[in-house]
Design a protein around this ligand. Structure first.
Ligand SMILES: [Fe+2]
Ligand SMILES: [Fe+2]
Length: 155
């Protein structure tokens, strides 16, 4: 088992929610306003309740540690730019007119693409550095990540 497996499992859970964003992006055009509102609210609930706290914990814990591991202070800046682009679209989705289906679809598809490629970068570029680092360091980072995201694994 790779040392970062718990973090990868957390991402797997998040990937499941991305399927709901994809479904909402497709369906908002076909459903009544009330159902559309519920779909957007559900997506926003995931984004604000789960994804944003996860991103905040990364900026606090994972990214600075990763920058130290790769030996370049600004290494994680592009990852923070991704978070900012995602946050900006979340804000626009919160303020979007529910009758403007084209705008809702643009935002949902945009969020989906940004989040998917962002996860891929974390999994393929950042986590291998932690798998190769001393086990104690990686364990400490994972524990601090869970504490910072506010949902420590209780098993
Ligand atoms: Fe992230
Ligand atoms: Fe992440």
């Amino acid at each position: 088992m790779r040392p970062t497996e718990p973090f990868r499992r957390e991402h797997e859970e998040l990937h499941g929610h991305l399927a709901h964003i994809a479904e909402a992006a497709r369906e908002v055009a076909r459903v009544e306003r009330e159902e559309r509102a519920a779909m957007v609210a559900r997506v926003l609930g995931f984004l604000n309740g789960t994804l944003v706290p996860h991103a905040r914990a990364e900026e606090e814990v994972l990214y600075p540690e990763w920058a130290r591991l790769v030996g370049f202070e600004d290494a994680a800046v592009p990852m923070v730019h991704d978070h900012e682009a995602i946050a900006e679209r979340i804000e626009r989705l919160e303020q979007a007119d529910l009758d403007d289906v084209a705008a809702l679809q643009e935002l949902l598809y945009g969020l989906l693409a940004l989040i998917e490629v962002h996860f891929r970068k974390e999994e393929d570029i950042q986590l291998p550095a932690f798998d190769a680092a001393p086990a104690e360091l990686t364990q400490g980072v994972l524990e601090r990540m869970q504490a910072a995201a506010g949902h420590a694994h209780e098993h």
